[in-house]
Design a protein around this ligand. Structure first.
Ligand SMILES: Nc1ncnc2c1ncn2[C@@H]1O[C@H](COP(=O)(O)OP(=O)(O)O)[C@@H](O)[C@H]1O
Ligand SMILES: N[C@@H](CCOP(=O)(O)O)C(=O)O
Length: 318
């Protein structure tokens, strides 16, 4: 259960009052998630209707980074993309403070994550991803992907001492490849914009087989659309048991994405390298969480070997 900071019903009720949302009926700690404290809040609105919200206290991110994420969600929601919409106070502020920590209150999306997706689920995700990329084009704020190449270069030396010689060689060579790619004009020609950058299957919800929305924008940043697409392909379209890509799911996701936003020639050419970049990103972050936990009580690390296998599979297919 991801509750690192206890919030009492009285404290949550006071925030709801401040936002004019109504009376708290029930507050429940939220299972799942590894980064933040999340509560589900059932609320009776002033008109008597019952609404469900998610109260998040940010444990990793500070007040300076959060406006980029929260305003992006607000921007996408205003364009009809099914993402959580942060609730403003009377002055329009959507970043709040609770127990000294940055906090947000967003609408709870309906549905459940589908952890064994079929091509039809992947197709819906591909469509939504393309819609998000296009809808964020006129988003005015800038913030780099804070888990991008600079972070990989900074983090690799910290995890290298924990790796076997073969793992260390893989990490070094893939990092060198990505640094070299980042120098190339064809990489700089790739279309880019604000991207989710962590669109895994546990960050999307379905009601039956219908995609109801995506959430958890707290790794978002400005990066190439191809990187974002690669992150999604490396999760939704990978067989979890073997780490190998699944051709029919990949085809479904890519086809649906391209129906709305066809890839350029440079994107087609660089997709194999960006798939390796996306696998490297999550192998590194999982290694970092595994070997250098910031606070053992606060983090339940994901298995890094999964992304080592995905990376090896992407290298082999390239
Ligand atoms: N807006 C939302 N609508 C519905 N469920 C949500 C929403 N935000 C979070 N959740 C639920 O809370 C869980 C943890 O959220 P998440 O953002 O993944 O946390 P963390 O950032 O700590 O990893 C998710 O697995 C999901 O079940
Ligand atoms: N998707 C990442 C971890 C990010 O955690 P999240 O719960 O905030 O999505 C991974 O699987 O390594």
């Amino acid at each position: 259960m991801a509750v690192y900071t206890e919030v009492t019903p009285a404290q949550a009720a006071a925030l709801l009052q401040q936002l004019g949302l109504g009376e708290l009926l029930e507050l429940r700690g939220c299972p799942g998630g590894i980064e933040n404290t999340n509560y589900f809040a059932s609320v009776q609105a002033p008109d008597g209707a019952r609404h469900e919200y998610v109260l998040t206290l940010f444990e990793r991110l500070g007040f300076e980074q959060l406006p980029f994420y929260l305003c992006l969600m607000q921007h996408l929601a205003a364009k009809g993309i099914p993402v959580p919409n942060p609730a403003p106070d009377a002055s329009g502020q959507i970043l709040h403070r609770l127990l000294g920590k940055p906090a947000a209150l967003v609408n709870k999306l309906p549905g459940q994550s589908v952890l064994a997706p079929h091509p039809a689920h992947c197709a819906q995700l591909g469509t939504l991803l393309a819609r998000m990329h296009l809808a964020a084009l006129d988003y005015p704020r800038q913030q780099p992907n804070l888990r991008g190449l600079a972070w990989w270069n900074q983090t690799a030396p910290e995890v290298l001492p924990h790796l076997s010689p073969a793992q260390a060689a893989l990490l070094r060579s893939e990092l060198a490849l990505q640094n070299e790619l980042a120098q190339q004009p064809r990489y700089h020609s790739l279309p880019r914009g604000p991207v989710h950058a962590d669109l895994f299957r546990d960050n999307a919800l379905f009601e039956g087989d219908r995609l109801t929305g995506v959430f958890d924008f707290y790794f978002a940043g400005c990066d190439t659309w191809l990187f974002d697409l690669s992150v999604a392909l490396n999760d939704w379209c990978i067989d979890l048991a073997s780490g190998q890509p699944d051709a029919s799911r990949s085809h479904a996701l890519l086809t649906a994405y391209q129906n709305l936003r066809p890839l350029s020639a440079a994107e087609h050419e660089l997709l194999p390298l960006l798939l390796r970049a996306a696998a490297l990103r999550f192998w590194l972050s999982r290694l970092w969480d595994w070997y250098l936990p910031r606070d053992a009580a606060m983090l339940v690390p994901h298995d890094p070997t999964h992304f080592e296998r995905v990376l090896c599979a992407r290298v082999a297919h390239a």
